[in-house]
Design a protein around this ligand. Structure first.
Ligand code: FE2
Length: 366
């Protein structure tokens, strides 16, 4: 399933999710059902209703659809991180130059993939697999960081360094006992001290072997540092933290909070965003957070949400700078709320994302 923008929809594409929207010209609510193949007339209707797009079933569609991050690149990235991590914990071997080269080419593929489909939303899959969490988390952090880096205007060389650092940032965790990493309860202070070693463990290993440059090393070791100096491992402050590390920090926290972990249920995307916004200038760099907010869509178009006034609504359109206040249509009523621009809706907030199929949690808007 991929998300396709309205202007990119073609007749013959098969809907992977129901679409509910309000058609202003007919003054009526319209439902298009999952499994339906779109016609030109329906596509015009969706465009006129200003829907961002629709979730399309790639298998049942009559046209070929290219996903932004294809499965092959995802699988390749995960497998490359796996073998590099295996060598990292094998004291007789260690990480090899060939491991870094493979991860480096994966990074370039991710960048190519993201930059060649700027008009399509990148779907970040939900991370539910505890065993593989670290690897999938590294991939998501790399994708999100590259997206932020592109928004900030980093060069291709910088994006390569940043993406590589994203893929490697939690490498040190594989050297920490899995019982501590996946502990279902609260960590003891001693256990937390062990966890806090992971950025420096990766830094030491990669530095000793001269496998990555200084920028990548500083990004990896700095991804848990905070602007006010309360982070770890070196309690670095604002200017001492590498700019890449500031990007990784936002992507890392967002992905960690919204993922399912043995010790807690995932936070809804809006809460994770509120947490990050609350940490501007103390934990997180404002410029990075602003770029992140322009890229992330916590309530993807088509998703169902619960409102503070008790109503349920469908998201019709996201605004780039207001990810928590999209345009929505109330279910079962011919009402549209523009949470960003309609003053009469200012008191209404989205309280919950009603995740119907649990397959996608977050979209990065490219
Ligand atoms: Fe980490």
């Amino acid at each position: 399933m991929v998300f396709v923008r309205s202007e990119e929809l073609l007749s013959g594409m098969c809907l992977a999710r129901d679409i509910h929207f309000y058609d202003p010209s007919a003054a009526a609510s319209v439902v298009m059902k999952t499994g339906q193949k779109l016609t030109d007339m329906q596509i015009s209707q969706l465009c006129e209703a200003k829907l961002d797009g629709a979730y399309i079933d790639t298998v049942r569609s009559e046209v070929r659809i290219i996903s932004s991050i294809n499965q092959q690149i995802r699988d390749e990235a995960i497998s490359n991180i796996h073998s590099l991590a295996d060598n990292f914990i094998d004291s007789s071997k260690g990480v090899q130059k060939s491991d870094i080269d493979s991860i480096g080419s994966t990074t370039q593929e991710l960048i190519n993939n993201l930059s060649s489909h700027k008009d399509i939303l990148v779907i970040i899959a939900d991370l539910k697999m505890y065993d593989d969490y670290t690897y999938h988390h590294c991939l998501s952090v790399a994708i999100m960081s590259i997206a932020i880096g592109m928004e900030i205007g980093l060069t291709n060389e910088m994006l390569n360094e940043l993406g590589l650092a994203g893929l490697l940032h939690d490498l040190g965790k594989v050297a920490i006992p899995i019982e501590i990493i996946n502990k279902p309860g609260r960590l003891t202070p001693e256990e937390f001290e062990v966890i806090k070693q992971h950025p420096a463990l990766a830094e030491k290993h990669l530095k000793e072997r001269g496998l990555v440059n200084d920028n990548v090393c500083r990004a990896i070791v700095g991804h848990h540092e905070k602007l006010d100096g309360t982070g770890y491992p070196y309690h670095l402050k604002d200017n001492e933290i590498h700019p890449y590390a500031k990007i990784l920090a936002v992507a890392d926290v967002y992905d960690a909070l919204t993922s399912n972990r043995p010790y807690r249920t995932p936070s809804p995307p809006n809460e994770a965003i509120e947490y990050i916004m609350g940490g501007i200038d103390t934990h997180f760099d404002e410029r990075v957070v602003k770029a992140f907010l322009r890229k992330v869509a916590p309530f993807p178009t088509g998703s169902r949400v619960k409102l503070s006034n008790g109503e349920t609504a469908y998201v019709i359109k996201n605004y780039p700078d207001q990810p928590l206040r999209p345009l929505i249509a109330v279910v079962g009523a011919d009402k549209v709320y523009d949470l960003s621009f309609d003053m009469s809706c200012m008191s209404i907030v989205i309280t919950q994302l009603i995740d119907e199929d649990q397959t996608n949690r977050t979209l990065i808007n490219m």
